[in-house]
Design a protein around this ligand. Structure first.
Ligand SMILES: Cc1cc2nc3c(=O)[nH]c(=O)nc-3n(C[C@H](O)[C@H](O)[C@H](O)COP(=O)(O)OP(=O)(O)OC[C@H]3O[C@@H](n4cnc5c(N)ncnc54)[C@H](O)[C@@H]3O)c2cc1C
Length: 201
């Protein structure tokens, strides 16, 4: 049983996993089982080239971020499970006991973060009722989002990145994933607000 399972290994999903992973020394996060469904084939990062993202050297490729992001996660926060090359097909259950069915296996989790991007080919059984047209993309593109209030779709289900209704910019999608991570950490900390900062001694 995972405490939280993040679906999607793009900008929002990896960013969420890094912030959740970074809280491992906080007492309320100790022993929490975190997983990232790190399927990346359909990520918009695959073909992206970045010149306008603070902190990324110009001409950074999205493909390199896909690779380096997972390496950073496994090197610094190896307690975050990475599940590779599995496509999510279905979500069943309710908060505290979700089942995630992929093309290869099934997983149990208490909380769920959905960071699967805003393309309209999205079809996950069990989530259809939350789909609506994207509010911040050109209508002819037929992008979608999941209905949410400040990233919360329903009890136990969060959405992050472009699928949460944000415009498609790397910093926005990453920030959305980080925001969801801090919401979950705050929940684990019984409502007391949490951020995770490293600092020079
Ligand atoms: C060509 C191009 C150029 C761009 N250039 C810029 C730029 O210059 N500056 C900028 O700021 N932004 C740019 N972007 C936008 C940026 O790449 C996106 O905003 C960002 O990737 C969105 O992050 P996301 O996490 O919402 O979605 P994604 O990064 O697309 O991640 C979604 C993830 O979900 C996974 N997934 C989908 N379906 C399933 C499923 N059923 N099961 C399991 N996993 C699944 C995908 O494989 C992927 O890993 C560009 C995008 C493109 C396409």
């Amino acid at each position: 049983m995972y405490d939280v399972l993040i679906l999607g290994g793009g900008a929002a999903g990896m960013s969420c996993a890094l912030v959740l992973g970074s809280a491992h020394q906080k007492p309320f996060a100790q022993g929490k089982k975190i997983g990232l469904m790190a399927h990346q084939k359909a990520s918009h990062l695959q073909t992206a080239l970045f010149n306008n993202v603070l902190g990324l050297p110009p001409k950074t490729t999205g493909a390199s971020i896909l690779k380096n992001g997972l390496e950073q996660l496994s090197e610094i926060y190896p307690h975050v499970d990475q599940i590779h090359k599995e496509k999510v097909l279905e979500v069943r259950g309710a908060s505290g006991d979700f089942s995630i069915i992929t093309n290869k296996a099934s997983y149990q989790t208490r909380l769920l973060v959905i960071a699967l991007g805003y393309t309209n080919t999205f079809f996950i059984k069990g989530l259809e009722q939350y789909i609506e047209p994207h509010q911040k993309a050109r209508p002819e593109k037929q992008r979608i989002q999941l209905k949410n209030s400040d990233h919360l779709v329903t009890d136990g289900i969060y959405v992050a990145g472009t699928l949460a209704g944000w415009r498609s910019q790397f910093a926005i999608a990453s920030g959305s994933g980080a925001a969801v991570a801090t919401d979950i950490l705050t929940l684990w900390n019984h409502g007391e607000h949490v951020k995770v900062h490293d600092k020079l001694i």
